[in-house]
Design a protein around this ligand. Structure first.
Ligand SMILES: NC(=O)c1ccc[n+]([C@@H]2O[C@H](COP(=O)([O-])OP(=O)(O)OC[C@H]3O[C@@H](n4cnc5c(N)ncnc54)[C@H](O)[C@@H]3O)[C@@H](O)[C@H]2O)c1
Length: 321
């Protein structure tokens, strides 16, 4: 790391000191003008993702952007255009794809271990996990959405990646805001200061996505809910030959001859990205040594699904994709 920029002086100075980073900039423009900077990692409130990514690409820098891609698919499209024009690499840092288990399940689905994967359940269910009340996370203008865009994006992206299916045709969803507006459900995520911003986004989202091959995905995401466990997250696969739990690292099968159901734990498979690191993938790809794991087409598709689920909740109808 050669430089860091943050609008908050105390935070950027602390980071520079802690990581021994030589340049500490107050303005993004200064960082983008620095010839020592080849590539940037953008991890700021969602509203600034695309504007900063476009600025960086126009300045000739490669960009790895944190999730969600953008406030909307339309906005994300502007970053895709800027990447095409600049010829620089733009990707999303979808870290859940780089878990060992995620990589192994992707390989096993591709090898046909599960047969036809006709359905999957993707969920991230937190009991009390709103990333701090009164911060940008609850602002529609700054965040674009709530739990759907913040953590729903992770399990939805992972689900499509593992299934190897990025051809959605429709989505139907409902979103709710039942805890945040009452000052309940706060978690411990984030270092942001409370700035008194009102909670305007969803803290529960549920939906179903249909794909061109007839497969479906059901998605359930909570920042807060009444339940037993504080955190429950998985992608469960329904295949014709086997079922699976990606985070549980389990495969479920039925042996017809023995008439028995059995579970395989910790299955192993050769993986595409043994380094298991989004930043290694980004840098190796810049050096022409590795395929990009998160393509822009895939990232746009995930963003379009998120938008469709939110839109469907407003109209009560399913949205064609
Ligand atoms: N991939 C993951 O698992 C993961 C985890 C956490 C956060 N994120 C993403 O990272 C981003 C930041 O989240 P966070 O939890 O670190 O938030 P945060 O509020 O803790 O930190 C945001 C930082 O950005 C700075 N900032 C705000 N506006 C800026 C601007 N215009 N230019 C430069 N700096 C600016 C703030 O001063 C702050 O230091 C979000 O988009 C979030 O979705 C991803």
């Amino acid at each position: 790391m050669v430089a860091v920029q943050d609008t908050n002086a105390a935070r950027r100075e602390a980071l520079c000191r802690e990581k021994n980073i030589p340049q500490c900039y107050a303005l993004a423009e200064e960082l983008f003008e620095d010839p020592e900077v080849d590539a940037v990692y953008i991890a700021v409130p969602n509203k600034f993702h695309v504007p900063l990514a476009v600025q960086a690409l126009e300045a000739g820098k490669h960009v790895i952007l944190d999730k969600p891609f953008a406030l909307s698919a339309e906005e994300a499209g502007r970053a895709v255009e800027a990447a095409k024009k600049s010829g620089k690499v733009l990707t999303l840092g979808m870290n859940q794809r780089f878990n060992e288990s995620s990589q192994q399940f992707r390989s096993m689905v591709a090898q046909g271990v599960f047969g036809e994967v006709y359905h999957a359940k993707a969920y991230w269910l937190r009991r009390s996990g709103i990333p701090k009340l009164g911060t940008w996370f609850g602002s529609r203008e700054l965040a674009g959405g709530g739990c759907l865009y913040d953590i729903g994006v992770h399990v939805l992206d992972l689900c499509l990646y593992v299934m190897g299916n990025f051809e959605p045709v429709s989505a139907y969803g409902s979103t709710y805001s039942k805890f945040g507006p009452r000052g309940l459900g706060e978690g411990s995520w984030g270092k942001s200061d409370h700035t008194g911003l009102p909670f305007e986004v969803e803290d529960f989202a549920t939906g179903q996505v249909r794909f061109a091959n007839g497969a479906t995905v059901s998605l359930d995401v909570t920042w807060a809910r009444h339940c037993e466990l504080n955190d429950k997250v998985d992608v469960e696969l329904f295949g014709t030959e086997a079922g699976g739990s990606v985070y549980g690292k389990k495969i479920y099968r039925h042996d017809q001859a023995l008439g028995a159901h059995y579970t395989l734990e910790n299955p192993r498979a050769t993986v595409s990205y043994p380094h298991l690191d989004r930043f290694h993938n980004f840098i190796n790809h810049i050096h022409g040594e590795e395929e990009l794991c998160v393509t822009l087409e895939q990232a746009l598709t995930v963003q379009r699904i998120l938008d469709a689920l939110a839109q469907s909740s407003l109209t009560g109808d399913s949205v064609k994709l």
